[in-house]
Design a protein around this ligand. Structure first.
Ligand SMILES: Cc1ncc(COP(=O)(O)O)c(C=O)c1O
Length: 394
């Protein structure tokens, strides 16, 4: 595999990973390797148990929960699976009781939200999509208006920040409104976990869905949910099977975390994620955010000097913007441009970014845009080199 000299596709997955992440995966496979709760309580079995518990505790702490709530962390393969577990399991729970479910979402969602909602609407759920403005921001008053209509069991689901243009939604105001209307709030934190501070307890988030391989800097194939305990009780498990516990029972245990965790988890991935979480704690999320914002400033300052560039989303680096940039250049097909940039050693992502609704909102359907997403390990010189390359190409 050839080495990518300048990696500007961190919204897809962050790269490189901190060295400790690779070391932890190798160490687990080399020296640990025991399954979770499926051994004889020997040294290696205890090693895996404490590795997994430790990772749950770190995740709970990262999102504002206490050590005692570590069992409210469910491991999944990523935020996509996490959202499916939550949305479909909530629908099953409510419909089993004959209740009408209404999902309230936004026009900036990734397909990880839109596709499960589409299939649930085909099964009888109502889906209401609140339109965001041309910058991709949701006006919380719209949400308030929608939730004021009664007669259904509402659930609000939205991404904390757009994976297309980096716009961050006003989560505290949204959370307040959802709470006032007694609607569970489910957050897709794919682009913000590890980059912005999220206190799921203060915001009373019913289910915080996260992915391990983006801002959390862990391996692909990791992610999950931090539940609010009362909400986890309103969701049916969609996967049932062995949990290494309550083996005498023929039905799925109700106890957390076993309720939503059947089968062997991605243990090497969890080892890597746990190391990544320690790295994040040592580095400090505020330092990561600061660095990414500074690099974003460099990116935007240079962008303004290049003729023919249209930037989508917010024009300045404010607290409502991540360093994820969507742009098009007059006369250039963004797919061709991404290909040429890649040939020159710059990794970006063109097209629709699994978020056609967001592109419709931003006015970039059907062509999409070139997405440039900056990460903690990028340098200002790389951002400058990117623009040098773009200028030479156009
Ligand atoms: C906002 C958003 N939601 C969901 C996902 C899906 O993440 P994963 O593939 O890790 O499940 C992504 C990935 O790009 C994303 O940006």
């Amino acid at each position: 595999m050839s080495v990518v000299p300048v990696y500007l596709n961190n919204a897809a997955t962050t790269w490189p990973k901190p060295e400790c992440v690779t070391d932890a995966v190798v160490d687990f496979l080399t020296n640990g390797g025991a399954n979770l709760g499926r051994g004889s309580s020997g040294r290696r079995d205890i090693g895996t148990l404490s590795l997994v518990l430790d990772c749950r505790i770190k995740l709970a702490a990262l999102f504002g929960a206490s050590d005692k709530e570590a069992c409210l962390v469910t491991f999944c393969s990523g935020v996509t699976e996490a959202l499916n577990v939550v949305l479909k399991g909530f629908f099953d729970h409510k419909t089993q009781r004959g209740l009408r479910v209404r999902f309230v979402t936004t026009s900036m969602e990734h397909n990880a939200v839109s596709r499960p909602l589409t299939s649930l609407s085909q099964k009888g759920a109502e889906v209401v999509t609140a339109p965001c403005d041309e910058f991709g921001a949701l006006d919380p008053a719209l949400l308030d208006g929608i939730l004021s209509q009664t007669g259904h069991d509402d659930l609000v689901v939205l991404s904390h920040a757009s994976n297309v243009c980096g716009t961050v939604q006003p989560l505290d105001r949204i959370a307040n409104i959802a709470k006032r209307h007694n609607a569970p709030l489910v957050v897709d934190s794919a682009q913000t976990a590890g980059v912005l501070d999220i206190d799921a307890r203060e915001l009373s988030i019913a289910a915080l869905c996260f992915t391990g391989h983006k801002g959390l800097m862990g391996p692909q194939g990791t992610g999950g949910v931090l539940w609010r305990a009362d909400f986890a009780e309103q969701v049916l498990p969609r996967t049932e099977g062995g949990t290494g516990s309550f083996s005498h029972l023929m039905s799925q245990p109700d106890t957390m975390p076993d309720k939503f965790e059947s089968g062997t988890p991605n243990l090497p991935g969890i080892a890597g994620l746990s190391a990544a979480l320690s790295y994040l704690a040592d580095t400090g999320i505020e330092n990561i955010a600061k660095r990414e914002r500074e690099l974003g400033e460099v990116f935007l300052a240079r962008l303004r000097r290049v003729p023919g560039v249209t930037l989508y989303g917010l024009p300045d680096m404010t607290e409502n913007r991540l360093s994820v940039f969507a742009l098009n250049i007059a006369g250039c097909d963004n797919g061709v441009l991404a290909g040429r940039l890649s040939d020159a050693g710059f990794d970006t992502r063109p097209g629709l970014h699994c978020a056609p609704l967001a592109h419709r909102t931003l006015g970039t359907l059907p062509e999409g845009s070139l997405r440039v997403s900056i990460g903690y390990f990028n340098k200002a010189s790389e951002v400058e080199a990117f623009w040098d390359c773009v200028e030479s190409l156009i």
